[in-house]
Design a protein around this ligand. Structure first.
Ligand SMILES: NC(=O)c1ccc[n+]([C@@H]2O[C@H](COP(=O)([O-])OP(=O)(O)OC[C@H]3O[C@@H](n4cnc5c(N)ncnc54)[C@H](O)[C@@H]3O)[C@@H](O)[C@H]2O)c1
Length: 251
């Protein structure tokens, strides 16, 4: 069984690497017209080596740029039917004890992991409401459900807030035919930052992580793409305001 997204208009953030890249390609391979954005122009160009992906380089923390991206998609193709809020991460920041953590790092991490989803949802919701249908999929984290292995306070706080935002938007937008759900990935070594984190564990530490997963393997970016496809498809017509952990069965 597979899903068909022929002609569906999909907007996705953080598409230069990892989950965003795999998800953009997964939609495009199933016929969607994908609009992919990131601040990393070189990574985004690699993502677009699959037909059906249009790229746009921008900083998602710029409200005017986000609004212009949404209006540009609507002018070119019509309102987006699916929005995937995937951009995020720890931005290369390291753990600091709370008394040494900087407000600048706190704001930077919240801006991309939380504010960006607010800005895109605000920009795309009117088009979805006018169409009476839409799907929004937010990428939170296991760190949205419990503390993070990274220890980074801002990251855990933002990913928890992403789940609150998902639940609130599901209530607000549900009457307009728009479903809003979240995916909570476990640890995946799929992007430069997470590969570095993975390498730092060493062979024994890595084995301990794998032994802690019911399925006894590390996930691939495509495992997250599949969960996003589910939330964007008719299979989840009656599912909204929910969080799906995708983590190989970690405990
Ligand atoms: N990989 C994991 O283990 C893991 C686990 C749980 C959650 N997540 C979340 O999944 C999402 C994707 O993570 P990933 O590991 O695939 O990649 P990642 O975290 O390395 O990258 C996300 C993308 O966001 C982009 N980005 C960052 N700031 C931006 C900005 N201001 N404007 C535009 N783009 C910006 C980056 O350039 C990058 O391409 C993130 O939200 C991350 O927090 C990842």
């Amino acid at each position: 069984m597979d899903l068909d997204f022929t002609g569906r208009i999909v907007a996705i953030t953080g598409a230069a690497t990892g989950f965003g890249q795999a998800t953009a390609r997964a939609f495009a391979r199933r016929g969607a017209q994908v609009f992919a954005t990131d601040k990393d122009a070189a990574g985004l160009a690699k993502t677009a080596n699959v037909p059906g992906i249009t790229t746009h380089v921008m900083d998602l923390t710029d409200p005017d740029a986000v609004a212009a991206w949404a209006r540009g998609i609507e002018a070119a193709a019509g309102p987006a039917q699916v929005l995937v809020n995937n951009a995020g991460g720890v931005l290369g920041r390291a753990f600091h004890k709370i008394e040494e953590a900087s407000l600048e790092d706190w704001h930077a991490i919240l801006a991309v992991n939380l504010d960006a989803a607010f800005l895109t949802t605000r920009a795309f919701a009117p088009g979805m409401k006018a169409a009476g249908a839409g799907r929004i999929v937010n990428i939170s984290s296991g760190a949205g459900l419990r503390a993070s292995r990274t220890g980074i306070q801002a990251y855990t706080s933002a990913k928890h807030a992403m789940i609150g935002f998902t639940r609130q938007m599901a209530q607000e937008l549900g009457p307009h035919g728009i479903n809003v759900n979240a995916v909570a990935p476990g640890l995946f070594a799929v992007s430069p930052g997470t590969r570095k984190q993975w390498d730092s564990y060493g062979p024994e530490g890595q084995q301990r992580v794998i032994d802690g997963l019911a399925l006894r393997r590390m996930g691939e970016a495509e495992d997250i793409a599949k969960a996003v496809l589910f939330f964007a498809s008719p299979l989840s017509d009656f599912v909204t305001g929910q969080v799906l952990p995708v983590n190989g069965g970690s405990f």
